[in-house]
Ligand binder design. Structure first.
Ligand SMILES: C=C(O[C@@H]1C=C(C(=O)O)C=C[C@H]1O)C(=O)O
Length: 356
């Protein structure tokens, strides 16, 4: 049998669509290898396969199960120093531009236009001699608590990432989702992690938004206490939310209500979205969109869905990678701190790349 990664390489060299991924805390890696290059759209979210959807909700594509060979492998973690840092050198202008964007967000919040907005930037880095397979293997070892993926479609692009954020998991009529926000860099002992009011509040906005939206489509909703979650060298605050979908509600109904959550867009959603589309100097496309298994769980062999928010990711183009990172802005935000947070988030992908 040809080895899993050789098959992936072969598929990529034929310019055919594929995705490979590993779920949080799993040792399995699955791949869907589409047999032709057709661009398949998701119409109503009853389709089966792997979905890749944009931030603004206008595009959702599928690698369909019916057109794909499904392969699986298991991996063993290698030991990689997760504290290795790439030198961080930025043009003053890059930092000033992002801080000005954040400042404009703070001013809009103070004027009452919205309560929270998530503002992001892209960063281009050179990737000479990039081997996506060994980078993917490094991501698996570095970020075991995240959803690690590599997605390719000739008409969509080539994306990789390690996201800590689950958007939605559905099994029959029960579902789980999470509210994730607040960020701080690892420092000292894990047990000493302390959150400021600003971060607690920012995360509470996300939880409140999700609970309010779910009222329309779900019952028996259970909410955990907020707790700290580590993803690589970054900490977040997380709340787990679960419940039962109403019998007349569909996955599409829930996704329409939840995506994009205030964890990646803002609050209220429409106003924050308008601000982002108007003010961010680039197009997010699939960054902060969502991706994952739609109506098919290959490990459990059920019809479940398991969707994640596309964060801590990059788009590979020729010998370059575009990295994407965003920060939740509230009225108490300090532009310089948000810049630092974006630099810390960029380390998730750079740390893997630093090992090359
Ligand atoms: C937008 C990103 O992350 C989101 C924003 C966070 C924050 O504002 O603290 C935390 C986790 C994510 O929900 C990103 O990583 O690009």
């Amino acid at each position: 049998m040809i080895h899993f990664f050789d098959k992936i390489k072969q598929h990529k060299s034929q310019n055919l669509p594929f995705v490979m991924y590993s779920k949080p805390s799993s040792e399995s890696v699955f791949a869907l290898l589409q047999s032709n290059a057709t661009l398949c759209k998701v119409e109503d979210f009853t389709e089966k396969g792997f979905v890749f959807a944009s931030f603004d909700g206008s595009q959702a594509f599928l690698i369909p199960q019916s057109l794909s060979e499904i392969i699986q492998t298991t991996f063993e973690c290698k030991s990689i120093s997760s504290t290795q840092q790439l030198p961080v050198l930025y043009e003053k202008e890059t930092q000033a531009n992002f801080e000005n964007l954040v400042q404009s967000g703070i001013e809009a919040i103070k004027k009452g236009e919205f309560k929270k907005v998530v503002l992001s930037r892209e960063e281009v880095i050179e990737l000479p001699n990039f081997d996506f397979i060994s980078f993917f293997e490094d991501l698996l070892s570095l970020y075991q608590s995240t959803f690690v993926y590599c997605f390719f479609h000739p008409e969509i692009g080539f994306w990789m990432g390690a996201t800590p954020e689950q958007l939605l998991q559905v099994n029959q009529h029960t579902f789980e989702t999470t509210a994730l926000a607040g960020t701080q860099k690892e420092a000292g002992l894990d047990s000493e992690i302390v959150w400021q009011q600003k971060e607690k509040e920012e995360q509470q906005y996300v939880t409140d938004f999700i609970l309010k939206k779910l009222k329309k489509v779900a019952t028996d909703v259970v909410v955990s206490q907020p707790y700290s979650l580590k993803a690589g060298a970054i900490w977040h605050i997380k709340t787990d939310i679960s419940g039962k979908m109403n019998s007349n509600s569909s996955i599409k109904d829930i996704l329409d209500l939840l995506h994009p959550t205030p964890a990646v867009c803002g609050l209220p959603k429409k106003k924050a979205m308008e601000f982002i589309l108007d003010k961010e100097p680039y197009n997010r496309t699939f960054y902060s969109g969502f991706l994952g298994e739609l109506n098919t769980n290959f490990e459990k062999k059920t019809n479940g869905s398991d969707l994640f928010v596309n964060l801590r990711c990059m788009q590979i183009q020729e010998n370059q990678a575009k990295l994407y990172m965003g920060c939740g802005i509230t009225q108490d935000s300090i532009p310089e701190k948000e810049w630092e947070e974006s630099v810390n988030k960029s380390q998730t992908m750079k740390r893997g790349l630093g090992n090359r």
